[in-house]
Design a protein around this ligand. Structure first.
Ligand SMILES: [Zn+2]
Length: 283
């Protein structure tokens, strides 16, 4: 386990803090930053049906459970593992560029862990809880630039609150009805969102979420000095891996590689090339 950021105080659980959390969530901004080079527009306002802080707390709990399970199977990479250190270096370079994409990210306790598993998989849960499986690094023989593209993509899902939006859409009718009836206290709303946490690892994002994550991730990685061209080589590797690799293909089934995805990335590489070159320039 690695805590990349200093711990922030955890608000006590009380009706008052639940109310405050809701107000913070409602006011949080997830617009695209003014200086963004890629064009993804504003995040869906539907996501506001699910309080961000409650979802992040729920994700953190689920992340802890997952790490415990991995540790019990002796599949959690120890602090000194070279591949984990490599991931930490990438995360440390990307994190400073995340805040403009989401006000809340300034307060996230980002974590990066490596799980020993042949599965081609990686994710970032709401609140910045990242995991890579050894399978994605080893089977795709990812360069640092390509691993940074994956990490940027996964961070972008969290920054653009795609899980929150997806949960709001799947649970939306139910929550909206209860909200509309004005019978639902904020504590109840928080509980409803906490119950959604169990679905976080099995969520399937939409194609537009995937496209957004590709572009925001591309820009994050370019600003951190990772070669934008690696986004194209990465998805070509993913495409070649489909159906021919050992281990689970969960990531590939939720992240189909194809000509459309690669073409969109190719079109966006020139937009962030200047950011990459500026980041590489000494001084
Ligand atoms: Zn994705």
């Amino acid at each position: 386990m690695c805590l990349l950021c200093p711990p922030t105080s955890v608000a006590p659980s009380s009706p008052w803090s639940a109310r405050r959390a809701f107000l913070l969530a409602a006011g949080a901004s997830v617009s695209a930053p003014v200086l963004a080079q890629v064009d993804v527009g504003s995040a869906s306002s539907l996501r506001k049906l699910v309080p961000a802080e409650t979802l992040e707390n729920s994700a953190a709990q689920q992340y802890r459970q997952m790490l415990e399970q991995a540790r019990a199977k002796r599949a959690l990479a120890p602090e000194g593992h070279p591949q984990l250190q490599r991931l930490h270096t990438i995360a440390r370079r990307l994190i400073p560029f995340t805040a403009p994409w989401n006000d809340r990210a300034k307060h996230w306790r980002w974590e990066v862990n490596l799980i020993g598993s042949p599965q081609i998989n990686a994710f970032c849960m709401p609140g910045g809880k990242i995991a890579f499986y050894t399978g994605i690094l080893e089977q795709l023989k990812l360069t640092d630039d390509e691993a940074a593209m994956i990490m940027g993509h996964e961070m972008a899902h969290a920054l653009r609150e795609h899980a929150r939006e997806r949960l709001a859409k799947t649970q939306g009718t139910n929550l909206a009805l209860r909200l509309g009836s004005q019978l639902l206290g904020l504590g109840d709303l928080g509980q409803a969102a906490a119950g959604l946490g169990g679905q976080l690892l099995t969520l399937q994002f939409s194609r537009s979420d995937e496209s957004e994550a590709d572009l925001v991730g591309l820009e994050l990685a370019a600003r951190a000095g990772y070669d934008p061209a690696a986004s194209v080589s990465l998805w070509k590797k993913m495409g070649n891996a489909t159906g021919s690799q050992q281990g689970g293909l969960a990531f590939l089934s939720t992240h189909p590689s194809g000509p459309a995805r690669i073409k969109e990335l190719e079109q966006n590489v020139p937009k962030v090339q200047g950011l990459y070159e500026a980041a590489r320039r000494p001084g």
